[in-house]
Design a binder for this molecule. Structure first.
Ligand code: C5J
Length: 228
């Protein structure tokens, strides 16, 4: 009898079938992680997000080696701003808002250098990149169809920021019936207290939104053959 491999997680370990899992790296973009982008324009210290880069590299390598589906997302808008709600465009200081020029091109606009995923986590051929206009990766995108078409049941989620786009995506995924696992050290926030609380909220109440694990547990689980 083949026993499923287990991923150590809170509130409890969960079965992990690499063929039915996807690694979802949320918005690891220059606009959020580098100076001069959207994150800094909103008054944030972007260096607070850098701790997640190494762990994301580790899970990305492990997922690729294990044949786990890898999906990257990018938050951003069309150059004509037609997909950007006026309420979102009005946020931030005048002159440093979405669509305004910045050192990495127009802020949070598709095709601009700031919209790119950071080179350390660059997608490779065959890895879908989902462009999303909102915080959640399911909203106004083809993500759900991609996952259903591949029979994916479990989402292993890293990226930025923990309490905004990672959290929204996990909530959306949970409501759609996916097992959502936040990889704690692969996520980061401009606000360390929001990072901690965001993770706590996911695993509270018996895992109300999902599970919390980390890069060490996931890389070990993927390297371990399923128990016979
Ligand atoms: C934010 C995101 N924080 N990717 N976006 O505006 O979390």
């Amino acid at each position: 009898m083949i026993l499923p491999r287990l991923l150590p997680a809170e509130p409890e370990p969960l079965p992990l079938d690499p063929a039915r899992a996807a690694l979802l790296l949320i918005d690891m973009q220059r606009d959020f992680l580098e100076a001069g982008g959207f994150g800094e324009a909103l008054g944030n210290d972007v260096t607070r997000l850098h701790a997640a880069i190494g762990p994301c590299q580790a899970v990305l390598a492990a997922a690729r080696a294990a044949g786990v589906m890898v999906i990257h997302t990018r938050e951003g808008h069309r150059p004509d701003l037609s997909d950007a709600p006026p309420a979102k465009l009005a946020r931030g200081a005048p002159g440093r808002r979405i669509g305004d020029p910045g050192p990495m091109g127009r802020i949070l606009i598709q095709g601009e250098p700031g919209h790119d995923i950071i080179p350390a986590l660059a997608p490779i051929a065959g890895e879908p990149v989902v462009d999303k206009p909102g915080k959640g990766a399911f909203h106004a995108t083809g993500l759900e169809a991609m996952l259903r078409n591949r029979g994916i049941e479990t989402l292993l989620v890293g990226g930025v920021t923990t309490e905004v786009c990672v959290h929204t995506t996990i909530r959306e995924g949970n409501d759609r019936g996916f097992r959502c696992v936040a990889l704690a050290d692969c996520c980061a926030s401009y606000f360390p207290e929001f990072h901690a609380l965001g993770l706590a909220m996911i695993k509270a109440q018996g895992g109300i939104f999902g599970w919390v694990s980390d890069s060490v547990a996931l890389t070990a689980a993927l390297a371990t053959p399923a128990a016979a």
